[in-house]
Every structure is written in C-alpha cells, then in structure tokens.
Design a binder for this molecule. Sequence first.
Ligand SMILES: [Fe+2]
Length: 347
Amino acid sequence: MREVRGQEAIFGFSGTKARVLAAAVLMAAIAAALVSIPERSPEWAYSQELVRKLFLFPILLCASWFGVRGAAISTAVATVSCLGLLGSPWPEALQAQMERIGEVAVFWLVGALSSRFFEQQRKFLRDIETANDNTLLALASSLDVREHNTGVHSQRVAGYMLRLAKELGIRDKEKLDIAWRGALLHDVGKIGIPDDVLLKPGPLTGEEWRVMRLHPMVGAGILRKIDFLREPAEIVHSHHERYDGSGYPRGLAAEDIPLGARMFAVIDVYDALTTDRSYHTACSHVEASTSLREGAGNLFDPAVVTAFARVPFGELREIARSNDTSLLLGPEAAPALRETAVASPFH
Ligand SMILES: [Fe+2]
C-alpha cells in the first residue's frame, strides 16, 4: 500500500490551519452579525432568527473538513452564541425560548448527521482511490515483469518520484497523485511494443528504434482516455525528453518539458544506475549522484538535480528496500528472474 500523499488544497491553501482559520472567521462573522442587529428594531426578532440559521453553514463545513470532532466544536460555538451567552439576549416568552432551544437542537442534529455522512463519503472515496491505484500497481508490475523480470522498477521510481516532489515543495494531494501515477505508468506504452524489439538482447536497428520510440505516445494515448489519468499522461508522453532538447518524441527543451517529466528523467536514471541490470552491476549512491550532477543542464533540469541531491540517502534506501523484488515475487523467484532480465540501457 502506498503512503498518504498529502492534503487537499482549500482556496489555494493546503493544510488544517487554513481550514481552521476559514471556519473561525466564518463563525466570528456570524456571531458579530448577530450582536450587531439593533435590539427591538421592527425586524429584530426575524433578522436574528435568520442570522442564527447561518450557523448551519460553518457546521456543515467543519463536519466536511474535520469530521465528528469539527462538527461538535462548531456546533458548541453556535450553541453558545444562540443561547444568549455572546450578547444575544434570552427571550422572555416561553414559546420564543422553546424555538431558540429547537434551533440549537437542529444544529446538533445536522452536525451529527452530516459528519457521519461525510465520514462515510470519505471512506467510500478512499476505497475507490485505493482500488484504482492497486489496479495501476498490478498493471505496472505486469509490464515490469515482462521487460525487467523484476516487477518492481515502476513502483520504486514512483516512490522516488513522490519523495522528490515533496523535496520540491509540492504538498497538494492532487499534484502528488499525478506525479506518483505518472512515474508508476511511465512505460505503459511498451505494451504496444513487440517482444522481438522490446526484449531484444542486442543493439536495436534503426527501424526497431523507431518502433521503440513510439512508446511514450502510445502510453499517453492509452492514459488520456481515462479521466483521472489525463495529467499523468503528460508525464508519460514526455518522460524521454531531455533538458537540452535532445530527447524524444517531440524534442522539447527546458521549461517546455512538463515538470513531472523533468523530475522523472532524474529519477529514472538514478534507478537505472543503482540497480543491477543485464548490462551493468549497480553502482553506489555517490557514483549515481555524481552522474546526475554531470548531466545537469544538458540531460536534466539543474533545479531538479539539486533538489534530488538534498534527499537523504537513508530515505532513498528505505524506498528501494520497501520495493524489493523478493517482496513481490517471493525470495525464490526473484534472483533467478533478475539474472534473466534483458532490459537494454537505451530503451
Ligand atoms: Fe520509457
């Protein structure tokens, strides 16, 4: 199971503080409006009743954002405001008193029911998202088994990608999801590459290269048909572009390459260098980092290389360990399959 990738953004801000602030400002504004209505004016009673009902809005918001606890706190604040403890005088007539108490009871009922509803909705959406991502994981693993005979290359680079995104200051859950899914599915287009080209042990001919270089477009074309994969498709489409414009399929350069693809270019080479492949044995983290620095400005975005260099080696090692081949294929199958991997360094 992948880790939680961040929080949803609210009004351009992310995090609990922005939501707490928004709810507090809204409740304070309603309480201030309640106090400011001139007493005994002709519309006094009616206006106060109307303003008190506005408390339902922050109660629903808090139930949506914070669940049961948020609904309880906001309802308590609304209760205090409406029962006359914040300057709103307590009515003299018994009927008016009962109506005020009835309003408060409605607040608690709405708070309880809505928090329960939103909690169920969140769980439902989490279940759908988990099911979707598990399907993507299975698809990526099956492609890895076909090409690399390992089954975990895509999961590992997706893990690195997520960590790099956070290092670049990306906190928005949606953007982190796009980065993770784009990395996971980067080579999905290889499903359309014939075995005699994809698995060829020796160098490819010119025609075979032409076919191989179609895989970013094939992959992007597949993913664009699926709503929640349209943006990851842009990473897939550009994952073989190079910062100096020497990549493919479109020869994009610098900022014209989507940020996710510029990030992935660094990740993919780091993973290729630090894992055993049929064409080389794994080099050390220090050696791989040196190669990335040498490629900054021509192959890679220098800012991305710098950000990746800030990620502690221990965290990268933990991501690699948690995506070990033996965890997926079992300790007996993994070494044998690894030895027969035929992936080319240039695919
Ligand atoms: Fe690729």
